[in-house]
Ligand binder design. Structure first.
Ligand code: ZN
Ligand code: ZN
Ligand code: ZN
Ligand code: ZN
Length: 319
């Protein structure tokens, strides 16, 4: 009897263990769920009883870039399109460039150089970059006698009676001024008058015997000859052209007031104004006194500068 009970107990025990193992292996009655990992959209789920735990992870989107869309790094779900490049225009030295990722496209435009002028070096019309120097002035290295305001210097020209006889006196730029205009020199929009007061004094025997014939003309520091017209209009104006920032610009010359033109005791004096009307800032006009014999007679006054610039010529740059 005792043995029977023992075996019965063993059998029941074994059965109980079997049932227990079965329950543990196949059901969740002891809370022993078998969860799959959570995903972007699903929480952890028990494979046996479908019970859930926790929350879905939610998507983890990458940042969209110029060329890549925004997608979930876990599941690949697409969230937003690629941004596309934000192209900045090409410049002289840089191709089109994306403001975000700095990717480039195409080629730089290259400079668009305008030719040098007497006032400016070769210059890019787009970005203002310059190259080299302004054009060299034609007058720059010439050896001539330059006049300075208020400093008299000797001046030799022809006598009035006989052009083959030299007469020497002194020449002086007594005054130099720049004005918009006045009653003698009419103003013009965009222009200014540059006016010299020229003074010639002759006190020698030669002048007293034969008189004096002076001669002058106008030249240009940059181009040398400015081709001043020989004839004047009804207002006493003569035209010439100046080369100003690459353009040929119309200018005017006018002889102004006469302040002295006679004998004073034993001195023959001439003092008068010469004005040129030039674009504001133009500093190239040359006033040139030369020996009258070069002109031969009065109709050949206002000679081109290149014909009169020699060792005797006196030059004042109206700058
Ligand atoms: Zn379960
Ligand atoms: Zn996802
Ligand atoms: Zn980009
Ligand atoms: Zn440029």
């Amino acid at each position: 009897m005792k043995r029977f009970l023992l075996w019965t107990g063993v059998v029941i025990g074994a059965a109980a263990i079997g049932v227990l193992v079965f329950l543990i292996r196949s059901t969740c009655v002891f809370g022993n769920h078998v969860y799959t990992p959570a995903t972007c959209t699903e929480p952890e789920i028990c494979t046996r009883c479908k019970e859930t735990r926790g929350e879905p992870l939610g998507h983890a989107y990458s940042k969209a870039t110029c060329s890549e869309p925004s997608v979930c790094v876990r599941c690949g779900e697409r969230h937003a399109d690629a941004l596309g490049h934000e192209w900045l225009p090409a410049t002289c030295t840089e191709p089109e460039t994306c403001a975000r990722c700095e990717e480039t496209r195409g080629e730089p435009l290259g400079h668009s150089m305008r030719d040098a002028t007497f006032q400016t070096p070769a210059t890019c019309s787009r970005c203002g970059e310059t190259s080299g120097e302004p054009l060299p002035p034609a007058f720059a290295d010439r050896a001539v006698n330059e006049l300075t305001v208020g400093e008299p210097v000797p001046y030799t020209t022809a006598s009035f009676e006989d052009y083959s006889i030299d007469v020497t006196g002194i020449a002086e730029i007594a005054d130099y001024r720049i004005i918009d205009g006045d009653e003698t020199f009419p103003a013009r929009e965009g222009y200014e008058w540059r006016i010299v007061t020229v003074r010639l004094v002759f006190d020698g025997e030669d002048a007293q015997q034969n008189g004096v014939q002076s001669a002058y003309t106008f030249g240009d520091y940059y181009t040398l000859d400015n081709a001043i017209s020989r004839s004047e209009d009804e207002n006493g104006m003569r035209t010439f052209a100046a080369d100003w920032y690459g353009l040929r610009v119309q200018c005017w010359q006018k002889t102004g007031r006469t302040l002295e033109n006679d004998w004073y005791d034993r001195e023959l004096r001439f003092t008068w104004e010469e004005g040129v009307q030039v674009p504001k800032g133009y500093d190239g006009v040359l006033f040139i006194l030369y020996h009258f014999c070069l002109a031969e007679h009065a109709t050949r006054l206002y000679l081109p500068a290149s014909e009169v610039l020699n060792d005797n010529a006196l030059v004042f740059r109206m700058k």
